[in-house]
Design a protein around this ligand. Structure first.
Ligand SMILES: Cc1cc2nc3c(=O)[nH]c(=O)nc-3n(C[C@H](O)[C@H](O)[C@H](O)COP(=O)(O)OP(=O)(O)OC[C@H]3O[C@@H](n4cnc5c(N)ncnc54)[C@H](O)[C@@H]3O)c2cc1C
Length: 381
């Protein structure tokens, strides 16, 4: 068994990079983290984590249990009534097990606070990664090249580490999204402040959920997806009037929606985690969960195998298919919720539940599980 003294570079110090740096350092490896960003300022954006991933991350010491989170237990599916312009509720979905919603920056800060002092953190932009003999040589844009025994690519969607090994590029979806936050969020009538919201319309939907703001009050995070190709969606046309008043698309996009399936390559001395591996469309709300689960899986494998090479190979065997399953789920969700939407005015709680189950099609992802959509749960329309 190799001694735990192999030098490891982690490129990227966001969710995946910090979680994996912590795990590798726990096994006694000298770890150096590089990030091109100096400033991880709070832009207010939120993420959802399934309760199970959140609790496991606390249990493994990756984050503290004191994070400000909201627990979401209901997802309200709404549509606009064409005549009255008001909301019609299609489905008051019970989300069980529940989901925690929090600010992206509070998760990143929590991970950063748990990275041991033994981990060196540098501000540098990786430009290229090559195998040189039995080592990995990393060239940086802003400092001298360095040699390591292994490199972890945690450098996100446009990963330099990934492209050094695999000639794949992210694929654009046929539609785009707009993304924003509402800081003084007072929910429209009939909606509770901690409800998750999905408002469906022809050719897209709006998904929204609250996260605790810096002062604890609810900040509503929203993403609107539309297959229409005009510069801006007409929110008055798409959304019930009380929601159209809240959602301002100016300066909120449009942003491209991407994904990437990762081939099962043997990547010598490389490990890809988080969005540097596969990329799933945001409908699956699983990027941060996947990043944390990557780190927790690596910990189990290092426990089992003891050495990095065997753990790295087993990691690829487990995590590449799991990531690709999320990519396929994201595509199915995009098709059913944006590209080819049903006639919403014919749907009710029962037909919507059946439609959601058919889209998930047995996939076992983080937020989309058949059992989470819930057969036999009380339906209210
Ligand atoms: C609209 C939207 C909604 C989402 N909602 C959710 C949600 O509800 N739940 C959820 O779990 N996920 C969600 N996600 C996904 C989630 O935000 C990401 O998947 C997650 O943050 C990925 O973390 P990461 O560490 O892999 O990558 P990133 O957070 O992208 O971090 C990559 C890091 O690498 C650094 N870097 C990049 N290139 C280099 C380089 N060459 N050299 C040095 N450093 C480099 C960057 O500066 C960055 O800090 C959403 C995403 C979007 C777009």
């Amino acid at each position: 068994m190799a001694p735990p003294n192999e030098e490891i570079a982690v490129i990227g110090s966001s969710i995946a990079g910090l979680a994996v740096a912590r795990v590798l350092a726990d096994f006694g490896h000298p770890v150096t983290v590089f990030d091109r960003r100096r400033d991880f300022r709070d832009d207010g954006f939120g993420i959802c984590l399934p309760q199970t991933v959140y609790i496991n991350a606390i249990g493994e010491g990756l984050i503290t249990g004191q994070l400000p989170v909201f627990t979401l237990t209901r997802r309200r599916w709404l549509r606009k009534d064409a005549r009255t312009r008001r909301s019609v509720e299609l489905w008051d979905q019970e989300v069980a097990p529940s989901v925690v919603a929090l600010r992206w920056s509070s998760l990143r800060d929590a991970l950063a606070s748990r990275v041991p002092r033994s981990v060196t953190q540098n501000h540098a932009t990786a430009r290229s990664v090559d195998i040189v003999g039995s080592r990995v040589r990393i060239e940086f844009a802003d400092c001298a090249a360095q040699l390591f025994d292994h490199v972890v690519g945690a450098d996100g969607v446009h990963s330099v580490v990934r492209s050094a090994q695999i000639p794949v590029t992210p694929r654009l979806a046929s539609y785009r999204c707009w993304r924003g936050t509402i800081t003084s969020y007072t929910p429209p009538a009939g909606i509770r402040v901690h409800d998750g919201i999905t408002i469906v319309f022809d050719g897209g939907h709006l998904v929204a959920y609250p996260v605790p703001g810096p002062a604890g009050a609810a900040v509503l995070n929203w993403v609107l997806y539309s297959s229409r190709h005009e510069e801006a969606v007409d929110v008055e046309d798409a959304l019930p009037s009380d929601w159209a008043e809240l959602i301002d698309l100016a300066r909120a996009g449009p942003f491209p929606v991407r994904d990437l399936e990762l081939p099962q390559n043997a990547m010598e001395r490389h490990l890809l985690v988080g969005d540097a591996a596969s990329i799933t469309r945001p409908h699956t709300a699983s990027g941060a969960s996947k990043a944390l689960t990557d780190a927790m899986t690596l910990r189990r494998l290092l426990h089992g195998y003891g050495d990095i090479d065997s753990s790295r190979r087993a990691f690829a065997d487990l995590r590449i298919p799991a990531g690709n399953e999320l990519v396929h789920l994201g595509r199915r969700l995009g098709r059913s919720q944006v590209e080819s939407t049903p006639a919403w005015n014919t749907m009710n709680a029962e037909t919507l539940q059946a439609w959601a189950m058919a889209t998930v099609a047995g996939a076992d992802s983080y937020l989309y599980k058949e059992k989470l959509i819930g057969s036999g749960r009380k339906l209210r329309s």
